[in-house]
Design a protein around this ligand. Sequence first.
Ligand SMILES: [Zn+2]
Length: 132
Amino acid sequence: MTDSPLWLASVCDDALESPDGQPQTTSTGTHHPCLLEQQFEGARITAGETVPCYDCGGRLHEGRPISARACRYSDELTYTIAAVYCVGCAPTELTGTAHGRDDVILEADLGLAMAGQTHWTTLVDPTVVATA
Ligand SMILES: [Zn+2]
């Protein structure tokens, strides 16, 4: 005898709908000096084997400690190295900053790289000193 009651089992599995599965980005809102420094590792300064100090004009050679000032406008992806200083002229804080522009001062060693037939002075082991 099959006298089974007919249960209309409407198991409404109302699973919680996940909202679009967007990855939650943890916004820290802080600067990451390490990532910033990575941008400058090996960055080319100018063509040539030496670079003049922006202040005193002294020629800086490979292996010399230098300071560099770089800036990036808000619509640019990468920083541009605006000036290079010898240790004696190195600025310790940023002056003349502008709205809509990120400025940074770096300490680095001066490196030398070959690109084709051209020598380029580069930044080696840069350290961020100041940002604005
Ligand atoms: Zn100088």
